[in-house]
Design a protein around this ligand. Structure first.
Ligand SMILES: [Zn+2]
Length: 407
């Protein structure tokens, strides 16, 4: 099966996860896809282990036991932000660089998405304008499967190739039941990024902050010296923070993101996300918020309660202790003629979780664009190239350790 045939087959199953569910998997259709992949992996000769209860599918294509192992991870679910049912892809051969009418009311335009200009002449796969496409992350799954088929059918030498397909990544629960021992590889890559050639081993340090303010309400006519308006205290906190928000920052810049405000005179709650790539700056941001609250607590007689909880950390802090896991990817890319694009992730990944659990796990681009919406698209050529990259990464990993052994 080609990477395209696989991709078109996988996107037929609506695997949208649901943040409303407490279960893992959050939706039953993710198991449908896992079962289909289980059959396919078995027919490729891989050793399959399926945690049916939580929908984690593991497979190992056994190789030479003296050669080093390598692992790849992709997620089964798609985002709940756009419809994922009845996906009807449009395949556009030899893209001419013009805007694409997905349907009568929805247009995909290079004016809005200049990255389309890099795909002139390629075969584009778009949506029909009513659903997402599901390249996030079914392109990753299709590329991993096609790489496995290469090693299964050619008999080229390799160490164990370990694969995992996980549920509920889009709702932040992708690694909740991940079994590192069953997975079996000491290094791995999530194949879940965007642009072809993207390599990411840096993500935000992340925390959430909840601020609860207790006001005091009374009749406005006789409020002097008595009323404490929680809304005004909330406003004082918000205006004391620097104008570093998601809408005013990019690249390596961090931010405070006010996510929710619930406020009346008698009580207010503020919910913030705190993000920074740099660990020291991250700590500084948390300290700043603490100082602002402390100061207001002095003024308002301890009416404010601040709770800060760390969510995840930048995997770079660990990855840079041994950059070979990144070099395997970048060298493989160069060898197949793709210049690696080292891109920081302005968010978190399952790989960050994995890295802090002892499995170094950068992220690799799949070739897809505009995830989580009806403008999602991917070029066939980029899927094919990414498959080549994965094949070359296995080769690169194998050769590196053979050289070390010979020394
Ligand atoms: Zn994804």
């Amino acid at each position: 099966m080609t990477v395209l045939e696989r991709f078109l087959k996988y996107i037929k199953i609506d695997t949208a996860s649901s943040s409303l569910s407490e279960e893992t998997p959050s939706t039953p259709n993710q198991s449908l896809l896992a079962n289909q992949l289980k059959e396919e992996l078995t027919s490729l000769g891989a050793e399959v282990k399926y945690d049916e209860e939580h929908c984690y599918l593991y497979a190992i294509l056994k190789g030479d036991e003296f050669l080093p192992k390598i692992g790849f991870i992709a997620h089964l679910d798609t985002s709940e932000d756009a419809k994922g049912e009845n996906i009807t892809p449009n395949i556009i051969n030899n893209y001419n660089g013009q805007q694409i009418a997905l349907n009568t009311s929805n247009v995909l335009s290079p004016d809005e998405y200049p990255d389309l200009n890099n795909h002139v002449g390629k075969t584009l796969i778009t949506t029909d304008g009513t659903t997402l496409l599901g390249a996030d992350d079914k392109a990753g799954i299709a590329e991993i499967m096609t790489m496995l088929e290469y090693y299964s059918s050619t008999g080229e030498k390799h160490g164990d190739i370990c694969v995992a397909f996980t549920p509920d990544e889009e709702i932040g629960r992708g690694m909740d039941y991940f079994d590192y021992k069953t997975f079996g590889s000491p290094i791995a890559y999530t194949v879940d990024g965007s642009t072809l050639g993207e390599v990411s081993y840096e993500n935000f340090n992340a925390a959430s902050a909840k601020i609860e303010i207790e006001g005091k309400s009374c009749h406005c006519g006789s409020a002097k010296g008595i009323m404490v308006n929680a809304i005004l205290i909330a406003n004082a906190i918000m205006s004391s923070l620097p104008n570093e928000t998601p809408a005013t920052t990019e690249g390596y810049e961090g931010f405070f993101h006010i996510e929710r405000v619930i406020a009346t005179v008698s009580s207010a709650t503020l919910e913030y996300l705190i993000r920074d790539f740099d660990k020291a700056n991250f700590e500084r941001r948390k300290k700043l918020l603490t100082e602002i609250v402390d100061k207001l607590n002095e003024k308002y007689n301890k009416r404010i309660k601040l709770t800060i909880k760390d969510s995840y950390y930048n995997m770079r802090n660990i990855i840079e202790q041994d950059m070979s896991v990144v070099e395997i990817a970048t060298e493989a890319m160069e060898r197949v003629g793709v210049s690696p694009k080292i891109t920081p992730i302005r968010g978190g990944t399952d790989g960050a979780d994995a890295t802090y659990n002892g499995l170094p796990c950068p992220n690799i681009g799949t070739g897809g664009h505009n995830f989580h919406g009806t403008h999602e698209y991917i070029a066939l050529e980029d899927m094919e190239k990414t498959t080549e990259i994965l094949i070359e990464m296995v080769r690169e990993n194998t050769n590196r350790k053979v050289l070390t052994k010979g020394e």
